[in-house]
Write a protein that binds this ligand. Structure first.
Ligand code: ZN
Length: 814
């Protein structure tokens, strides 16, 4: 299917404006197909030709102003329309296919009880898989929706739903919205409703998660209410879309989707087992993020996809800020330093990096590729810098004006910059050029007693930084000094001192590669565990991990620092982030001394498991980090058989990782996995079982998993991801080596099996990440030189190739 280009979108928006959609869906026609009828009223400003977007399996009829259109003219999801100036009405009726990849109208059957669940995901260009429409963000219209569904289903959607007769539902007319927000959620959902500040709230999940949703309802509603209060105060505009539903749906690709008044979330956020606190704060942040979008994204929407970053960066920044300020979860900036910034910093140093703004998306599909650590994490860090640069009053005044001026319409970055200028911002164009329109991070390093700023050699830029220099003396006393870095050399208020730490950006306020002076590096091993602020510890580890990846900090030093940090780290987020990095990157990819480093890091984590409060989230985080590093099958088995470390409860989400590790070690059988699935007969259990079976170190298991990854279009997106996640392991080299070549030969054809997001995600997850020999690099570079890879695949492969090059460089240096 051709992807809509910016030029096509501009031409269509110049020609017509859309008034309304009347949509009728019939979900009672079996498990493969649903019937969709769209009636669209619109106006053409001149005579001209354009097209309607619709991707049916069978187009049944189409009429323009009551005249039949030639159905044979439908090509590549486009039905031509020849218009005269004036009012028009187009009607299309079609049979559409339910999807299993999380895009379009996704249908799933819960293996726990055979109940059926459906949700619509129209983002980014999937709306025509559900309804006939003019699918671009700047053709907003109102929607009236009717749904016919099995009589025992409930239906919710982008406006309040009324059941007018058994199985017949009607949604109220919406405000003007972009096509990519249209949604319904239907099926045997379990629902809980409340009210906050006269806003009706609903939360929804599958019946098999009902008791877990009930248990978490207070927390979810509390975060929602606290965030509404915060946003009403920050934005000065009340929530504009009526009721507010949050549906936790099966097999969702993203974290969540901000459909106005009917947000969809991945249902792992309904916790069916004990989780570390960091998991709860993650869910809270996603809730807060989607709520920010109700104003910034839904009320005011980008004109074209190249400003998508703005909405994601903004929602990300607001989520961290509001979660920390207004909810009970105060570890958000710890997570930002340890997880999100690390993700973004990697992205900003790959060949595929791009400016935060102006990614220049030529078409909708290419916009999707830039939906990455730069648009989210770097964008949020840059907005945090902008807030420091402008001051909060000017920052918020500009945002409020922007939301007021463009409510229910579309806007661009230039419009927002104008709003900030009108609110009193100075020199904003130069600031935006440095921070938003150029790529790559500056390096800020303490050298010869001053702070040196060095922009990336391949992308010179002049960026001001406002940051805090933290001095931690040998006695443990901490002092802060605010530094305005406006030139390449900035004097410091203190000299580095033996035994003490000087930590630039110690409060994690800017976006840069931070490098420490020699005295600080020498003092770190003895001091790192005693740094009291968890955000400062996160900032230090961000710098250290970056220095390891640049082959500046020896692996042995990094392992030593990890082993001094982990037994004392008090934040479960930090323990998870550092242990994941140690297992997959430091040991899995960078290290030639796998077993020695693995033993040392696992000993450090085992100490944390023993010393953490029994039953705490911290202990759980440490054990989850420890499991993939353990080779001791007897110990792991004893945990499954009822003797876990003191305080831990072996519930489903802890049993499965243990079984996965046993599978990887080859000491359990397919039958053992089947027995665990019998014990946990749930949708989540089924996916865990797929992952475990792919991990078994047997030729037949790998062959079966590989056939699923590259050849089976009927698998759900979650099944494919689980196959990929279970497939590659550093200690299964002999078995897996043939698949390195096969990856490059066979992955291109998966573009025909699945849709955009899933293709790219599969290519990324299935990449032979632990196969570091230079032969992998040769094969990868060869495939990138060829023509077989489409845009999503190409970006995934190119990024993994950058990681591979980095691993080879680190290995060569160690
Ligand atoms: Zn978002």
């Amino acid at each position: 299917m051709p992807s809509l280009t910016v030029d096509e979108a501009r031409a269509r928006a110049d020609l017509l404006s859309v008034d309304s959609y009347d949509i009728q869906l019939d979900l009672t026609r079996g498990d493969k197909v649903f019937r969709s009828r769209s009636q669209i009223t619109f106006r053409a400003d001149a005579d001209g030709e354009t097209f309607l977007d619709v991707r049916p399996i069978d187009l049944l009829n189409a009429q323009l102003d009551d005249v039949d259109l030639d159905l044979g003219e439908l090509r590549d999801g486009r039905l031509p329309l020849r218009l005269t100036a004036g009012e028009h009405r187009v009607v299309v009726e079609a049979d559409m296919a339910y999807s299993h990849d999380g895009e379009g109208l996704h249908r799933s059957v819960d293996p726990a009880d055979d109940r059926v669940y459906v949700y619509a995901m129209a983002f980014l260009d999937a709306a025509p898989r559900i309804i006939g429409c003019f699918d671009q963000p700047d053709l907003k219209a109102v929607y009236r929706t009717e749904v016919t569904a099995p009589t025992d289903w409930t239906v919710i959607g982008i406006a309040r739903a009324h059941q007018e007769a058994p199985g017949r539902w009607r949604l109220d007319e919406t405000q003007p919205l972009s096509t990519y927000f249209w949604t319904i959620v239907a099926g045997h959902y379990h629902s809980i409703t409340r009210e906050h500040d006269v806003i009706r709230l609903g939360i929804h999940a599958t019946q098999s998660l009902a008791k877990h949703l009930d248990a978490d309802a207070d927390e979810i509603f509390r975060v929602t209410g606290q965030s509404f209060d915060a946003y009403h105060q920050l934005f000065g505009i009340r929530y504009p879309f009526g009721d507010y539903h949050q549906a936790f749906v099966p097999e969702f690709n993203a974290g969540a989707m901000e459909n106005p008044g009917c947000v969809t979330f991945r249902d792992e956020m309904v916790f069916r087992s004990r989780v570390p606190t960091g998991q709860r704060s993650w869910r809270a942040r996603v809730i807060v993020h989607e709520m920010a979008h109700q104003w910034f994204g839904d009320l005011v929407t980008m004109r074209w996809w190249d400003d998508l970053w703005l909405y994601e960066s903004f929602a990300e920044y607001m989520a961290y800020r509001v979660c920390d300020d207004a909810t009970d979860f105060t570890d958000s900036w710890v997570e930002f330093a340890h997880v999100r910034k690390h993700w973004g910093m990697l992205a900003d140093q790959r060949a595929s990096t791009h400016p935060v703004a102006g990614n220049g998306a030529r078409d909708a599909e290419s916009a999707l590729a830039d939906f990455d650590g730069i648009s989210y994490a770097k964008g949020a860090a840059v907005l945090k810098q902008l807030n420091a640069y402008l001051g909060d009053d000017v920052f918020l005044a500009g945002v409020r004006q922007h939301l007021t001026d463009h409510a229910y319409g579309n806007a661009t970055l230039a419009d927002l910059l104008d709003a900030w200028k009108a609110a009193g911002a100075h020199d904003l164009d130069a600031w935006a050029d440095g921070w938003l329109r150029s790529s790559g991070p500056d390096t800020l390093a303490i050298v010869d007693g001053v702070l040196r700023r060095t922009p990336p050699a391949w992308r010179p830029a002049s960026r001001p930084h406002r940051l805090t220099l933290c001095r931690i003396t040998e006695g443990g006393r901490a002092e802060d000094a605010v530094l305005d870095v406006t030139s390449d050399v900035t004097p410091l208020p203190w000299r580095p001192a033996a035994g003490g730490l000087l930590v630039p950006d110690g409060r994690d306020q800017t976006w840069a590669k931070i490098r420490y002076d020699a005295d600080t590096l020498a003092a770190l091993p003895d001091r790192i565990a005693a740094v009291s602020d968890p955000v400062t510890r996160g900032a230090i580890w961000l710098s250290l991990r970056d220095a390891v990846a640049d082959a500046e900090l020896p692996l042995s030093t990094a392992v030593d620092l990890l082993c001094r940090t982990l037994p004392h780290e008090t934040e479960d987020i930090a323990v998870r982030a550092l242990s994941n990095w140690a297992g997959t990157v430091l040991i899995g990819q960078f290290s030639n001394q796998t077993s020695d480093y693995r033993t040392r890091v696992s000993d450090a984590l085992a100490t944390r498991v023993e010393t953490a409060p029994a039953g705490s989230g911290l202990q759980l985080a440490a054990v989850l980090g420890l499991i993939p590093l353990l080779d001791d099958a007897d110990l792991l088995r004893s945990w499954l058989e009822g003797s876990p470390p003191h305080g831990l409860v072996m519930d489903a989400e802890l049993r499965w990782p243990v079984l996965a590790q046993l599978a990887r070690l080859g000491v359990v059988t397919d039958d053992d996995i089947g027995a665990e699935l019998y014990r946990d007969h749930s949708a989540q259990g089924a996916i865990h079982a797929v992952r475990c079976r792919a991990a078994l170190p047997h030729e037949e298991s790998k062959a079966r998993a590989w056939r699923g990854i590259v050849g089976d279009g009927s698998l759900s997106n979650y099944e494919v991801y689980a196959l990929c996640e279970g497939f590659w392991w550093p200690d299964q080299d002999t078995l897996l080596t043939p698949y390195v070549e096969r990856y490059f030969d066979e992955m291109p054809s998966t573009a025909a099996l699945r849709s955009g997001v899933v293709v790219a995600q599969t290519a990324s997850l299935a990449f032979p990440k632990y196969a570091v020999p230079s032969r992998t690099l040769e094969l990868a570079e060869h495939s990138l030189r060829g023509e077989a890879l489409g845009p999503g695949l190409r970006r995934s492969v190119a990024d993994r190739v950058d990681d591979l090059r980095q691993a080879l460089t680190v290995r060569a240096a160690s």
